[in-house]
Design a protein around this ligand. Structure first.
Ligand code: NZQ
Ligand code: ZN
Length: 382
């Protein structure tokens, strides 16, 4: 096991009717900017609950953060912050709204070209405080300090991480997810699953506690994704999916481990180039990437295949069979798992995404072997 340091300052407030707790978490004299997406919160009662909880506070609203949030949108919020001397940000929505809020928090205090914040080209040493109401189980953004932002002009999607943008608090009321369209539930299930894989399916460093934790999160996702079909109104199913999504990317899974993140690296390029949903991009790429790198991943995938899918046989055949089980699992949610299902030509996509890696000298993966040539080969299998 590698050495590690872990600290997460986010206070998680989880459960039914927890949105009202906002009022106890934001300083009374704060000037709050509430940040929203495209309007889902107005149809599912979340906006009403947030507004009630914020009664008596100075509040301005910023609307219109889109899925795969853009730099250009975030820039508009900065004007409001200046105009009203805002000193606290509240994100209300899914991972995109929260990622945008984290970026805005950093950009508002940043002296320089704000696009430099992503990709960690520039370190920043200050950020506005922020809190969150998370309405979509997927990204884990509610308990981590990462954010992914797209630059519309450059057509580039990139992430950054900085402890300064941990939410001060995150409210997760699983009831808010009852209004999610099937498409977003599927995206979230795949995203959660792949977050665990990016951290678990790497070299074996005798991380017994972390491995057990990862497999238990994956098991919960498998069971509750299945239960969702027969019991879409079951609160506990929603609660388990929400907590699995948070736990999949709050740092616990990767303590002392080596991480990969190459499915995400390719997925972000697909989203930037073709506007594909984040979860969907992972459903297409992940299992092909696992097979491409199977020689590095066979020990962990075999362990997973035996424990989660009751597979038998030698390490390599169980590892391979495990990747097919993962693909079946994704397909069973109804999500597309190939480029053809998305109406995309794999030859054209492989060329374009491979060129994007080549032009920007991008290399990804735990063994830094996912370069433009590997990307082409992987996408030709998609
Ligand atoms: O915009 P509104 O109207 O709110 O609608 C949203 C949006 O259209 C809707 N939605 C959210 N909650 C809802 C709801 N609709 C009905 N009922 C609800 N309760 O869902 C749509 C998608 O929302 P979005 O926030 O884009 O989805 P998600 O949470 O999956 O976030 C995806 C973004 O997060 C990034 C992705 O790359 C992508 O940009 N990620 C962030 C990570 C992080 N910060 O750690 C890690 C992830 O790997 C990921 O990269
Ligand atoms: Zn993800």
């Amino acid at each position: 096991m590698n050495n590690f340091t872990y600290q997460c300052p986010t206070k998680v407030i989880f459960g039914k009717n927890s949105i009202k707790e906002i009022k106890n978490e934001i300083p009374k004299n704060a000037k709050v900017l509430a940040i929203f997406g495209g309007g889902s919160v107005k149809t599912n009662g979340v906006y009403e609950q947030v507004t009630q909880a914020l009664e008596g506070f100075f509040v301005r609203e910023f609307w219109g953060v889109e899925p795969n949030p853009r730099l250009e949108t975030c820039q508009k919020a900065l004007n409001l912050i200046k105009e009203h001397e805002i000193d606290f940000l509240l994100s209300v929505g899914g991972g995109s709204v929260l990622d945008a809020t984290k970026f805005i928090a950093a950009a508002a205090k940043f002296d320089g070209e704000i696009w430099d914040i992503v990709g960690l080209r520039a370190k920043f040493s200050d950020a506005m405080p922020l809190g969150c109401v998370m309405t979509l189980p997927a990204t884990g953004s509610e308990m981590n300090c990462a954010s992914v932002i797209s630059n519309g002009a450059l057509k580039i999607k990139k992430s950054f991480k900085n402890p300064l943008v941990y939410p001060r608090f995150s409210i997760i009321d699983p009831q808010t997810t009852f209004s999610l369209p099937l498409r977003q539930l599927r995206n979230g299930i795949v995203d959660t699953f792949v977050h665990v894989l990016e951290q678990y399916a790497t070299q074996d460093l005798s991380t017994d506690v972390q491995d057990g934790f990862c497999l238990s999160v994956l098991k919960a996702v498998i069971q509750n994704a299945k239960a969702l079909e027969s019991e879409p109104q079951n609160y506990d199913v929603r609660a388990n999916l929400c907590w699995a999504a948070t736990c999949a990317l709050n740092g616990w899974a990767s303590l002392g481990c080596v991480q990969d993140w190459s499915s995400h690296a390719i997925g972000h390029e697909l989203s930037a180039a073709y506007g594909i949903d984040h979860g969907l991009s992972l459903a297409v790429v992940t299992t092909r990437l696992l097979r491409y790198n199977i020689k590095f991943k066979s020990t962990k995938l075999a362990k997973m295949g035996r424990e989660l899918f009751a597979l038998n046989g030698d390490e390599m055949s169980v590892a391979m069979a495990c990747t097919h089980k993962i693909e079946e699992l994704f397909a069973s949610t109804g999500i597309a798992t190939s480029l053809a299902e998305l109406g995309l030509d794999k030859f054209e996509v492989a060329e374009q995404i491979s060129n994007r890696f080549k032009e920007r000298n991008l290399v990804a993966g735990e063994h830094a072997n996912i370069d433009y040539k590997a990307v082409r080969q992987i996408l030709l299998e998609c």
